[in-house]
Design a protein around this ligand. Structure first.
Ligand SMILES: CC(C)(COP(=O)(O)OP(=O)(O)OC[C@H]1O[C@@H](n2cnc3c(N)ncnc32)[C@H](O)[C@@H]1OP(=O)(O)O)[C@@H](O)C(=O)NCCC(=O)NCCS
Length: 283
């Protein structure tokens, strides 16, 4: 006899599925707005699980050259959980990503499922958020300057590639359309940048790429000070030293996810580090 699970169709996500996807993320109390899902879909690919016309599951992935991808927005509607739907969607998405190293940021709920697919721990990400307060001006070192992104700043995507160990050019370009960036320059040479964009309940600062913690603080201070009074969020690597400073300036840690990898982990350039993620899903 056919079970409910047999009648659930796993198919390609289209823009028409975004309303249903937003309902799923709201049910999990995730902050993603319709626009956030739309941007994710425009940048990547998704699968949905559909039951009697209703979206009851989602999984998304984003490819980065040469052979990397991140996977995220893995959600199964509460009433459908524990029946193998998460596994079915993961099998289908990982099949599409064959040959890629896949990275993801796992919640407590997601980690057991990912372990079953051979994902291994790589690090931790701290989620910080709250109402931004005025911050003291960052102490810049001689020759350093934080300035707006200029038309001639063509090398920044390359910094992002080095900090993540994978090609982020397309994502960087898209961030330019959906937000603003400031650049950290040392003796007029760009060495880092930070983006700010609308996301979820307020504003998100990220990605943040800098040569060191002092540079990352200078970049983040710019945005946090500029958006004092607004709700701001940052997702930062736990081992970056950034978390402690964010606590001090009044943006507490509210959660933690575990970065996991399946395949050969990307190699980062230690002189050009990622201090803030664009988002947990995009990595
Ligand atoms: C994580 C999630 C997608 C799993 O979906 P699901 O449909 O309930 O998972 P499945 O029923 O397909 O389970 C797949 C396997 O993982 C195991 N599993 C799933 N959740 C588990 C848990 N909390 N603890 C232990 N094992 C778990 C199952 O036992 C199953 O193993 P099996 O196939 O060997 O029997 C779902 O719980 C969910 O949407 N959670 C909330 C959103 C979330 O946190 N998503 C993860 C984001 S990173």
């Amino acid at each position: 006899m056919a079970t409910v699970e047999d009648t659930i169709l796993i198919r390609e996500m289209t823009p028409d599925d975004v309303n249903g996807a937003v309902e799923l993320s709201y049910e999990q109390e995730w902050p993603h707005r319709h626009e956030d899902w739309e941007i994710y879909l425009a940048l990547g690919e998704g699968l949905v699980a559909e039951s009697e016309g209703r979206i009851v599951g989602t999984t998304m992935a984003w490819r980065y050259a040469p052979t990397f991808a991140t996977l995220g927005m893995v959600i199964v509607a509460n009433e459908f959980q524990g029946r193998g739907l998460g596994r079915r969607m993961m099998e289908a998405m990982l099949g599409r990503l064959a040959g890629c190293t896949v990275l993801l940021n796992a919640t407590e709920a997601g980690a057991p499922l990912y372990r079953k697919f051979g994902f291994e721990p790589l690090g931790r990400i701290h989620q910080h958020q709250g109402t931004a307060r005025m911050v003291p001006l960052a102490q810049l070192r001689p020759g350093e300057r934080v300035r707006p992104l200029g038309g001639a700043d063509s090398d920044l995507a390359h910094l992002y590639d080095r900090a993540t160990g994978m090609g982020r050019g397309k994502l960087f370009e898209s961030l330019g359309r959906s937000g603003s960036a400031v650049v950290l320059a040392q003796d007029h040479v760009p060495v880092g940048f930070a983006n700010m964009r609308r996301f979820g309940r307020g504003w998100s600062v990220g990605p943040i790429v800098a040569p060191d913690l002092a540079g990352a603080k200078a970049l983040a201070s710019h945005w946090i000070g500029a958006y004092a009074g607004s709700f701001c969020r940052l997702d930062v690597p736990a081992d970056s030293g950034f978390s402690e400073w964010l606590e001090e300036i009044g943006l507490p840690k509210v959660g933690e996810v575990h970065t996991m990898v399946r395949g050969t982990a990307p190699v980062f350039d230690e002189r050009c580090r990622l201090f803030g993620l664009v988002s947990q899903a995009l990595g």
